[in-house]
Design a protein around this ligand. Structure first.
Ligand SMILES: NC(=O)c1ccc[n+]([C@@H]2O[C@H](COP(=O)([O-])OP(=O)(O)OC[C@H]3O[C@@H](n4cnc5c(N)ncnc54)[C@H](OP(=O)(O)O)[C@@H]3O)[C@@H](O)[C@H]2O)c1
Length: 286
């Protein structure tokens, strides 16, 4: 298969690049701004034709959750118009589409793990609404597609919570971190493997939604404690309530994705603390 990864320089795109050598049967092509703007149909079409692409994996997104509240048009352009362009190209050239979505399509008020079939009638914030609108558009596009919702992505690439904690530790020995928002971290290279495995199994007719994060549950506070603990950093972490750390966008209170469906496909889901260890080892090598 010839696979085009859009948003190839983002943390998930780079994570797919990292694991792509494990899948020699596929040729991966990585593209990102400025040459491969997913809102520009001609650019993407040219790449698709030139490389005889069979599948587009869309990792391109507007991911600045807080900024999206004051820039809804910019968020909508990348998160809705972009995927619409990709779906149109997939339909025209009979390609399959893998699209990445988020737990923010839910309202964040659940207190049990979220199923793919749970209601997304009230997404949390502008970012969540744009991702939900893209999901609906893909489902209606009649393109054979897979949508994978994920959460709390981190890796050795790009900006993320793990790297922020390690950076703050360079000149602080005490931090406040929110303890009343619960979820599960996702090591982006683990998600990358899951994407490659889903492609290997073959993308079925219609639109199939899956949930993927690592296994287990924690708060941001627990996540921070584990990062410093595993790194051997002596840091005093103080638990903060959400109301003590105001952000422009609302965050989910409890956002644990139920992975039963993707696991029933034989896809392995590593425990979050084990994957964190892998990431910290990778960061140490850099
Ligand atoms: N990060 C998380 O915690 C998280 C959680 C849940 C779901 N997700 C979803 O997971 C996916 C991957 O996220 P990520 O963390 O890898 O995001 P990321 O690191 O922000 O990467 C997104 C990439 O898309 C590029 N991009 C932006 N606009 C584009 C356009 N018009 N055309 C082509 N490329 C464009 C960005 O380039 P620039 O950097 O130059 O803008 C960046 O390289 C996204 O769909 C995101 O919504 C992420």
């Amino acid at each position: 298969m010839n696979i085009l990864v859009t948003g190839g320089n983002g943390q998930l795109g780079l994570s797919i690049k990292k694991i792509s050598g494990q899948y020699p049967a596929h040729n991966f092509f990585f593209a990102d701004l400025p040459d491969a703007d997913i809102t520009h149909e001609e650019n993407i079409t040219e790449l698709v034709k030139k490389n005889e692409i069979d599948i587009i994996v869309n990792c391109a997104a507007y991911t600045a959750v807080d900024k999206a509240e004051s820039e809804p048009e910019a968020a909508r352009n990348i998160n809705v118009i972009g995927p619409r362009v990709l779906a149109r190209i997939c339909k025209k050239y009979d390609l399959k589409l893998v699209h990445i979505s988020t737990d923010y399509v839910f309202d964040g008020e659940s207190n049990v793990p979220l199923l793919e079939t749970d209601s997304c009638d009230n997404p949390i914030g502008v970012y969540g609404q744009t991702k939900k609108d893209a999901e609906d558009m893909i489902a209606e596009s009649e393109v054979d597609s897979v949508i994978i919702r994920t959460a709390w992505l981190y890796s050795e690439f790009g900006n993320n919570f793990v790297k922020t904690m390690l950076r703050l530790a360079e000149n602080r020995n005490e931090l406040g971190v929110i303890f009343d928002q619960i979820g599960t971290p996702t090591y982006a290279p683990d998600l990358a493997v899951a994407i490659a495995e889903i492609i290997n199994k073959g993308i079925e007719k219609g639109c199939n939604i899956y949930h993927y994060s690592n296994e287990g549950v924690c708060s941001w506070y627990d996540f921070a404690k584990e990062i410093f603990g595993q790194s051997g950093i002596d840091m005093k972490v103080n638990p903060l309530h959400t109301y003590e750390y105001q952000t422009p966008a609302k965050r989910p209170k409890y956002s644990v994705l139920d992975k039963s469906k993707i696991k029933s496909e034989g896809i392995h889901v590593p425990y979050w603390k084990d994957s964190l260890k892998t990431c910290l080892e990778e960061l140490k090598k850099q």
